[in-house]
Structure formats: C-alpha cells, structure tokens
Write a protein that binds this ligand. Sequence first.
Ligand SMILES: [Zn+2]
Length: 113
Amino acid sequence: MNIITELNPVINALRDTEKLDYIKKIIEVQQRINDLIDENQGLKKEKENLYQKLEVRNLLMFEQDAYWLRGKRDGLEGPYCPKCYGTDGKLVPLVKKGEDCPNCGYTRRKICL
Ligand SMILES: [Zn+2]
C-alpha cells in the first residue's frame, strides 16, 4: 500500500455512510499528494544533474586556451572547447590535433611548447 492508496479504506467506509463531501476532499488531497510526489521526483533528478555538473566543474581546469578534465584516468583528458562549455555547459572535444571545435567553430591558438 502506498501513500495514495493508504486512504482507500477510509474512502470505502465513508462511501457506506454516503459522506460524499469527505470522499471528494480525500480524493482531492490524494491528487495533490500525487502532484507533490511527481514534483519531488523531478527535483531529485534536477539535483542529481546539478551534482554531476558540479563534479565536472570541480575537475575542470583552463589551460592553453582549452578546458581539461583532471583526475579521469591518468592525468588530463581533453582538450575541450571553452566556448561550448561556457555557453551550453557541454564538453565538446576539440578535433584536428585538439585545435578546432566541431560544434561551434572555435579555433584554439597554436601553442608552441
Ligand atoms: Zn565549441
């Protein structure tokens, strides 16, 4: 029995006494509880997404005109496009020897090491 159906015995008892106003109120409250359960599930998903974004943000470092993820595998992973991350929060790997973004066209400066 879940939180919604838990009141069904009360509804059945009231039905026998023909107290329709009470039955309507209980059903109304059950619907509101159901809405709150849905909202709570949505908020939990949103919280999880924000935790994941925060975790990525804490692993990111900006160097040589690109973002790099540290702590993944051994050393750094990347480079990733700073424009795509800055505008959409997406980590888009730079292609063509780590110089160009295939998503937005950002081009990284040539770095002479
Ligand atoms: Zn980009």
